[in-house]
Design a protein around this ligand. Structure first.
Ligand SMILES: CCCCCCCCCCCCC/C=C/[C@@H](O)[C@H](COP(=O)(O)O)NC(=O)CCCCC
Ligand SMILES: Nc1ncnc2c1ncn2[C@@H]1O[C@H](COP(=O)(O)OP(=O)(O)O)[C@@H](O)[C@H]1O
Ligand SMILES: [Ca+2]
Length: 575
């Protein structure tokens, strides 16, 4: 018999030849083993929010789909927490339990009740997703990963997806900027940090176009983006995935997407003069990391190993670069990069930041006030100046952990507190720098070295010493555009879409100020390795794996600008 009241559904069920008492109450579905003497034994509980699907009959989807349609059975699929993985967070897998009911009627009632609970308790699940696969990212396994591991889970969860296998760089970004996205609850990339960056630029650019906000203005308060981004790791570093999930595992990430987890993320905008150059989440790095990226681009054929090879080569070059770094410190009473804390799922520092970051947000209507100033007060504060020669300068909005460095560039950085950590590594001897790098891979504090300093900041700017200014760009002066403008002003690039006219009007204000002419550093192709002739005094910026065309940049953190289908790192010690 099945007992149903307004708060609880209950009946006897069988798993194999063991009898269980099953309950659905509130947010949980639980089943308790009952032995032959009617004593209760072990209970298993699954939060309804983590149920992936309920199917009639005995169903298997892994290793391949198999359905045995029997009248008395139903199969429950849910998120199962693993204990060991190759990351700092626990992997998730698909849990499956087949229940046998006393009658077909009871079976149908359980299926109805569970599906209704799922709808009630998981209102933020995506139903339709736009998926971009980079077939050349990482070990070139993007398509295989999607079709064998991700697509079957989406199907099981009733999620439909429109899949685009990219044929060129920036296709995903341009698609998001230009095409009709009505009906999509999120955009997903199957690839690495470069592919994530395309989605990031598309989503931020589109949101600002629609809000009539200029991305170029470094003081503008950018509009937070509603469209969620999901990452299926299939790249070389996969830093953003690792830092927000704790592991680079396609199945774990897929399950977070299905259950509609939501993790806000800080984003840094990088400007040259008064023009937007790029957005960054994981690393804006000058010196060592810039040189490694420049060198690695020549060895893309090596796949992810190109970074290890180039890292060794650049290390052997032992370069350092002069520069002037200025920053606005964040409030040191809230947190510090050396407070030995970790930003974990449900982080208090991040949740308390929301009110500070969005003082005009009306939570009752989920709207931003349009009457308030469009300019952020977050940039108020004194600039601090540091001058010298640096082995590397890195700015990261998040800890930037990855399999190479499980604790990351700045282990105590927060995902969504509206600040970034600025790490300055001054000129030192090769052994000192090796010690610094090596500490990224062990438990020793990489900031506890006399030539390293770290600051929690809201904004940064970098300039070259007098006499080292940027040279004129060979192709002549030309206007720098945001990704949104580039697409919108070149109708040949994409057909369709319906926002071009409006957005061109919105951006006309910037054009009225006149064309922004600019200069670029000449890039002669980075010559690295022990064979390097003589050291040059200017490095290049690595912005989330992209080489920037400018050296004298300014950066500003935009707190909680985008949302990922993730929930941060869950402490694997907590069961
Ligand atoms: C003696 C042992 C030395 C180990 C040094 C480890 C330091 C690792 C810090 C890693 C920071 C990673 C920041 C993320 C950068 C990515 O956005 C970028 C692009 O990734 P993808 O698109 O997936 O290719 N990756 C890099 O710039 C690679 C940096 C590698 C530095 C060794
Ligand atoms: N079809 C494609 N052909 C060439 N480049 C592409 C294609 N699709 C995406 N890209 C670009 O490839 C770069 C690297 O992709 P990513 O997925 O991050 O792999 P990896 O982590 O190996 O660098 C990204 O910057 C992206 O813009
Ligand atoms: Ca942050």
């Amino acid at each position: 018999m099945m007992e149903i009241d307004s708060v609880r559904v209950e009946s006897s069920l069988w798993i194999g030849n063991k009898r269980y008492r099953a309950f659905l109450s509130g947010w949980y579905f639980s089943w308790t083993e009952i032995d032959k003497r009617n004593r209760e034994k072990k209970t298993i509980s699954v939060p309804v929010s983590e149920v992936i699907g309920v199917k009639e009959g005995q169903v298997e989807i892994q290793p391949q789909k198999k359905v045995e349609d029997t009248d008395l059975d139903f199969t429950l699929f849910y998120v199962k927490r693993g204990s060991k993985g190759n990351g700092i967070g626990a992997p998730r897998s698909l849990g499956r339990t087949q229940f046998c009911c006393p009658s077909r009627d009871v079976r149908d009632q359980w299926i109805t009740q569970l599906r209704t609970a799922l709808k009630t308790h998981s209102p933020s699940r995506p139903h339709r997703l736009l998926v971009f696969i980079n077939p050349f990212g990482g070990k070139k396994r993007g398509k295989q990963i999607f079709h064998s591991l991700v697509a079957p889970l989406f199907e099981l969860a009733g999620i439909s997806s429109h899949v685009v296998v990219t044929e060129r760089a920036n296709q995903a970004r341009d698609y998001i900027l230009k095409k009709d996205l009505t009906g999509f609850d999120g955009v997903i990339c199957v690839g690495g940090d470069g592919m994530f960056s395309e989605l990031l630029h598309g989503v931020i650019g589109r949101t600002q176009q629609e809000a009539g906000i200029s991305e170029h203005d470094p003081t503008a308060m950018l509009r937070p983006c509603d469209l969620h981004i999901g990452i299926i790791p299939a790249g070389s570093t996969d830093c953003v995935c690792f830092t927000t999930v704790g592991i680079n595992d396609p199945v774990t990430s897929t399950l977070h997407i299905i259950i509609g987890d939501s993790q806000p993320l800080d984003v840094c905008s990088v400007h040259y003069q008064s023009t937007l150059v790029h957005y960054s989440v994981s690393m804006v790095g000058y010196g060592f990391y810039g040189d490694v990226l420049a060198e690695s681009e020549r060895h893309r054929w090596m796949g992810p190993l190109r970074y290890d090879y180039s890292g060794c080569m650049v290390y052997l070059c032992n370069r350092s670069y002069p520069g002037l770094v200025q920053y606005i410190p964040a409030d040191s009473h809230i947190s510090s990069p050396r407070d030995n804390t970790r930003c974990l799922s449900g982080c208090r520092v991040c949740s308390e930041s929301k009110e500070r970051l969005f003082p005009h947000f009306d939570s009752s209507s989920s709207l931003y006030s349009t009457t308030v100033s469009q300019y952020s007060s977050e940039l108020e504060g004194e600039w601090v100046t540091v001058e010298g020669r640096f082995k590397c300068i890195s700015l990261t909005c998040i800890s930037s952990s990855c399999p190479r460095s499980p604790k990351g560039l700045s282990p105590s950085a927060h995902l969504a507190d509206g600040t970034a950590d600025l790490i300055l590594v001054r000129e030192t001897n090769p052994l000192g720098f090796l010690t610094y790098l090596h500490r990224h891979t062990n438990t020793q504090d990489q900031f506890d070295l006399p030539f390293v300093e770290v600051h929690r900041v809201k904004a940064v700017r970098f300039s070259l010493p007098p006499g080292e200014e940027e040279e004129e760009y060979e192709e002549g002066d030309r206007e720098i555009q945001t990704s949104a403008e580039r697409v919108l002003e070149d109708p040949e690039k994409l057909s369709g879409g319906n926002t071009a006219g409006h957005s061109q009007q919105r951006f006309s204000a910037r054009k009225e100020r006149g064309n922004v002419t600019t200069s670029r550093v000449k890039r002669r192709g980075f010559v690295c390795g022990p064979c390097c002739a003589k050291p040059r005094s200017i490095s290049v910026w690595n912005c989330d794996g992209e080489l920037l065309p400018h050296t004298e940049i300014s950066c500003r953190v935009h707190g909680q600008l985008v949302r990922l289908f993730a929930r941060g790192i869950e402490d694997s010690a907590v069961p």
